[in-house]
Ligand binder design. Structure first.
Ligand SMILES: N[C@@H](CCC(=O)N[C@@H](CS)C(=O)NCC(=O)O)C(=O)O
Length: 75
């Protein structure tokens, strides 16, 4: 299972589109960047760059951020 941390922006949608294409099950966690939710300590622990998107692969414990890296990981 993949946890996707994202918001409705082009970079965020890249990860969503790829998850749909590869048909992996995933949970969406909305990080509202209009309310600075990317700067919470909980989210900085996932992505120290405070940017969406990010994913956590719960099967391997792997965290990936940067949309291009997420696309490659999911492929
Ligand atoms: N190079 C990064 C860029 C990510 C990025 O800029 N995300 C924006 C939304 S599209 C963001 O999180 N902005 C919040 C901020 O800059 O505080 C990627 O491709 O993932």
């Amino acid at each position: 299972m993949i946890d996707l941390y994202t918001f409705t922006t082009p970079n965020g949608r890249q990860a969503s589109m790829m998850l749909e294409e590869v048909q992996l099950p995933y949970n969406v966690h909305v990080i509202d960047i209009t309310k600075d939710k990317q700067f919470t300590p909980e989210y900085i622990a996932i992505n120290p760059n405070s940017k969406i998107p990010a994913i956590i692969d719960q099967d391997t414990g792997t965290t990936v951020f940067e949309s291009g890296a997420i696309l490659i990981y999911l492929a």
